[in-house]
Design a protein around this ligand. Structure first.
Ligand code: AMP
Ligand code: MG
Length: 481
């Protein structure tokens, strides 16, 4: 393990921020998968990661007391209701590593046993939970959406009981930071203002050092603005690809603006504003078309926790508008690019809105439609595209509006297609593909997992022979290689 130097900057903070916790390692762990793309960010080779000492390290067997693993404390609004104490119940922070480009990354293991914050649960992660987060985060990263990353997955012969008995695993994930909105809420609601102020300084120091140039009394407000912007951009990215997080509680919102804690998430197939990924969310609070406003609600909960630190102890009106402005700007920019538009017209927002209604009405697959739209040619009949809709007249109407809009564009057909193919993915993590991976993995076969992972890591590049993975579930005939 000479190759890794770990730091634990949290230990600079008072001990009310965390508890030292030794992992409960998996017995006889094996490396299910090691993600070369993420290892590259750390300058690690697959050979190094396959060393037994490395596996022991990731299994939590080697943590020392000087840079020991910790579980941090946080609170959060869950489905709109405040819970005063949550905390890392099954995640342990092993420490921080310097990446190849000099930036620091936290390494967390998820599933490494009980912590003081585990409440009534078991501190373990099941194989299906681990694979879901692994593929979900790598699919988002492949699409260019900020997210925590998956470094590797350790398997074991141990079982863990959910609805049925499943293999226990450890997911090793990595992010610039795993600090959540709920970390701030915890100290604010306990009226521990000096800890709140400490945490603000800590986040600025670790993640946003450029804010240190601001006058110290303005820093908390600038930090909030930055977090609002990053959150709005992340959620605009989700909306543009049709991703639904499923549990947008404030304890699952990262202050770095990364997608965090991928549990019951989903990538939408047929377009539906009410698409929900979490069967436990019976009020549909976190359905697709609610996500942007829920993001804002969460940002306001964070602003509430910052209140004692803000100038005049008030939330400025400008800050309230800030989130929506950034969201709209970024969403519009991304959707224009998905449509292959390089100029801006006032009616673009209307064109996009009418497209979404057309997709919903015609029960059209969202990612597949955009990929195919790259082939749209005004002079041709575009049969393949029209066949996607159960309401062809409506789609034809919209395509006429689109054709008029394209007439104002400087690009020719092939240039436009090229641009569109770089933003409209060929491969997304569709539910049925994920299900196939989980079924095979439970039988000990991880080949479907690696095939899918490879495609999701380069989702814009169409691979011959992998057509099966690009098709909506209702269009599949026979499985390809
Ligand atoms: P989540 O819904 O996964 O964001 O988790 C909410 C809270 O429950 C957090 O405090 C987690 O640390 C904790 N938690 C979730 N699953 C487990 C588990 N299997 N064992 C212990 N704590 C858990
Ligand atoms: Mg969580």
């Amino acid at each position: 393990m000479q190759t890794l130097t770990l730091q634990q900057p949290w230990l600079q903070l008072p001990d009310c921020f965390y508890r030292p916790v030794r992992a409960t390692p998996l017995k006889v762990p094996n490396l299910i998968h090691c993600n070369q793309k993420v290892a590259d960010l750390l300058g690690l080779s697959v050979k190094e990661m396959n060393q037994y000492s490395f596996i022991q390290f990731l299994n939590g067997e080697l943590s020392s007391d000087s840079t020991g693993s910790i579980a941090t404390v946080y609170a959060g609004h869950q489905f709109g209701i405040y819970t005063a104490q949550l905390g890392d119940g099954r995640a342990l922070l092993l420490g921080e590593i310097e990446g190849r480009k000099g930036e620091s990354f936290e390494i967390q293991i998820k599933g490494g046993g009980l912590t003081p914050f585990s409440r009534t649960l078991d501190g373990r992660l099941t194989l299906s939970e681990g694979l879901r987060e692994y593929l979900g985060s790598e699919a988002l990263a492949g699409l260019g959406i900020p997210t925590t990353r998956s470094l590797c997955l350790l398997g074991s012969q141990e079982g863990v009981l959910r609805e049925r008995r499943e293999p226990a695993v450890i997911l090793v994930r990595m992010a610039r930071s795993h600090i959540r909105f709920g970390h701030f809420e915890y100290f604010y609601h306990r009226d521990e203002l000096s800890e709140l102020s400490n945490l603000i300084d800590f986040v600025i120091d670790r993640l946003y050092p450029e804010l240190k140039q601001e006058a110290s009394k303005m820093r908390p407000l600038r930090l909030l603005e930055t977090i609002f912007s990053n959150t709005a951009r992340m959620i605009a990215g989700w909306q543009a690809v049709g991703f639904v997080h499923g549990v947008m509680n404030t304890d699952n919102m990262s202050v770095f603006g990364d997608t965090l804690d991928l549990g019951p998430f989903g990538f939408m197939g047929g377009f539906d504003g009410a698409y929900t990924a979490n069967s436990a969310d019976d009020q549909q609070r976190y359905q697709y078309d609610q996500q942007p406003e829920i993001g804002r609600w969460n940002c306001l909960a964070l602003a509430g926790a910052f209140l004692p630190m803000l100038p005049g102890k008030t939330i400025p009106a400008g800050l309230l508008r800030h989130y929506r402005l950034i969201y709209q700007e970024y969403y519009l920019r991304t959707m224009r690019a998905k449509l292959g538009l390089v100029t801006q017209c006032k009616e673009d927002a209307f064109l996009i809105e009418s497209l979404l209604k057309t997709l919903a009405q015609g029960n059209i697959d969202y990612p597949y439609f955009f990929r195919l739209l790259g082939k749209f040619c005004p002079k041709l009949r575009n049969i393949e595209l029209l066949a996607l809709s159960s309401d062809r007249h409506r789609l034809l109407d919209w395509l006429r509006q689109y054709e008029d809009r394209l007439a104002k564009e400087p690009l020719g057909h092939s240039e436009r297609k090229q641009l569109m193919d770089w933003i409209n993915p060929c491969y997304v993590l569709r539910d049925h593909l994920l299900e196939e991976v989980l079924v095979n993995a439970e039988l000990g076969d991880f080949s479907a997992f690696t095939t899918l992972l490879n495609l999701l890591q380069n989702p814009f590049q169409e691979i011959q022979g992998k057509e099966y993975f690009a098709l909506p579930s209702n269009q599949q005939t026979e499985r390809g290689g």
